[in-house]
Design a protein around this ligand. Structure first.
Ligand code: TGC
Ligand code: FAD
Length: 397
């Protein structure tokens, strides 16, 4: 990591905001990645995303462009993946979620929850078959862990895979699965006589069905589905041999939660920027709103919160790039940064007055999206209890 912090460079940027010049800590490559994704979001995502949210439509026309930019599986090495740093991955997620959490969700699931387990736990054959296709978005994945009876305690899953000669027979159901109906392959976690194992269940396998979950008020520009397994026969060649026990799926979640911790910063930045622009123009009681003390306190509070989240994300990325980064540190960052973004989105929505309830303004869309983000990948309470267990040594789940 070659920082470029110099006396000339240091500047207090309140527009990003980048109050502590985090850009000065990035390598040239990381800055280039961030700029490319920022341009993609500004030019391709922002002009259409309000309408997509309103129409509950995932903008799948953008997926090939995301693949062309190298945004799918970006930290993975070989198999057509970019092999970028974790800080670069964080920046990608930050910029995508500045556009919309749905787009970041798509990238999180494809990269961290589907390509990562194939890369980390799969056979050579599975890697050769799926990873280049997934990096190019010619194959889409989904990750089935949560079940209808409760997601916070995945160890209690009921989906079961029983051995039948050289095959496995899977029965059960998964709920709230991002990309479920569009996926060519589902990473399915099932109990077996030997504990939890991961399987690659392919679209079209008899007995496997995915259905969309309609009427969502959050993450409307994202596909969320139910998966059903009715005696699905899966060859042993589709089992992930390197994954054994709950640590298998939880290891993937650590990757995705890292990306969410950064993504939330992007959503908060979008809300802050929109609120700032508004109060600089809204003329009330003889002056624009940015003259008012309470408005300034609220903006200052946003910058304080975003800055702390940025520092947390950057240090976590640095730790991961050095080969460290404990999953409890990831939990703390996911909890802190998503809570921060949700609070800022709600406050920004209020600062925009009545206009803030329109889909033409981004804070209400981000706010509604973040209601999912604070629940998925481990609820806020679960992450607080993970950190509590790390402190006390006692599990209070
Ligand atoms: P516990 O005893 O703590 O752990 C079992 C084994 O796993 C290891 N481990 C982890 N490894 C890697 N990363 C983590 N985050 C890990 N947490 C635990 C642990 O060391 C142990 O290993 P071993 O070798 O000793 O067996 O398990 P527990 O049953 O007590 O559960 C702990 C708890 C509650 C924290 C866990 O179950 C949990 O995280 N629950 C939340 C579930 C969750 O986050 N689900 C997310 C589903 S996917 C999703 O939401 C995708 S949204 C995607 C999008 O659209 O962006
Ligand atoms: P529950 O586990 O039933 O929790 C309900 C409430 O109880 C929460 O407030 C929780 O914090 C609290 N609670 C739980 N346990 C305790 C405790 N011990 N002490 C105190 N309070 C507790 N899952 C996937 O597998 N793959 C996906 O791709 C995926 N995508 C998703 C997309 C969206 C849009 C959403 C909303 C969810 C998605 N999920 C996915 C599911 C998500 O991971 C779960 O919703 C989440 O883990 C919580 O599970 P639950 O909804 O069953 O809530």
């Amino acid at each position: 990591m070659s920082g470029t912090l110099t006396k000339q460079r240091i500047q207090v940027d309140t527009s990003g905001p980048d109050f502590y010049d985090l850009a000065g800590l990035l390598t040239d490559d990381e800055r280039a990645v961030q700029e490319a994704v920022a341009r993609f979001v500004d030019e391709r995502v922002l002009p259409i995303i309000g309408e997509c949210f309103e129409q509950a439509r995932f903008p799948d026309e953008l997926v090939p462009e995301m693949a062309a930019l190298g945004l799918l599986g970006p930290t993975l090495h070989d198999y057509g993946c970019a092999g970028l740093s974790y800080v670069a991955y964080g920046l990608i997620m930050q910029e995508l979620e500045r556009g919309d959490s749905g787009l970041r969700s798509f990238a999180s699931v494809q990269s961290s929850l589907c390509m990562y387990p194939i890369h980390a736990y799969g056979t050579d054959e599975q890697k050769q078959r799926w990873l280049p296709e997934m990096a190019q978005a010619r194959a889409i994945g989904c990750f089935g862990l949560t079940e209808p009876d409760g997601g916070s305690d995945p160890g209690a899953m009921k989906t079961f895979a029983r051995r039948d000669g050289g095959d496995w027979i899977i029965d059960g159901a998964k709920m709230w699965i991002t990309n479920g109906t569009v996926a060519d392959v589902a990473i399915v976690w099932a109990n077996t006589d030997d504990g939890i194992r991961g399987f690659l269940v392919e679209k079209g396998m008899p007995g496997y069905e995915a259905r969309d979950i309609p009427r969502k008020m959050s993450l409307r520009a994202s596909v969320t589905s139910e998966l059903f397994f009715d005696g699905v026969r899966v060859p042993d060649a589709n089992r992930l041999p390197g994954a054994s026990g709950l640590a298998g799926p939880l290891g993937c979640l650590t990757q995705a939660r890292f990306g969410i911790a950064w993504g939330a910063i992007g959503a908060a930045q979008a809300c802050y920027r929109e609120a700032l622009t508004f109060v600089q123009q809204r003329d009330l009681f003889g002056a624009t709103l940015d003259h008012r003390q309470t408005i300034q306190v609220r903006l200052a509070e946003m910058v304080r919160q975003i800055t702390m989240a940025q520092l947390l994300g950057w240090r976590l990325g640095q730790l991961k790039d050095l080969g460290f980064g404990h999953h409890t540190q990831v939990s703390l960052a996911k909890w802190n940064n998503v809570r921060m973004a949700l609070d800022i989105a709600r406050d920004a929505r209020d600062m925009l007055g009545a206009g803030g309830i329109s889909v033409e303004c981004s804070p209400i869309r981000h706010m509604l999206n973040l209601e999912s983000v604070i629940t998925y990948e481990g609820t806020e309470t679960i992450h607080q209890l993970v950190v509590g267990r790390q402190i006390t040594g006692k599990a209070a789940f």
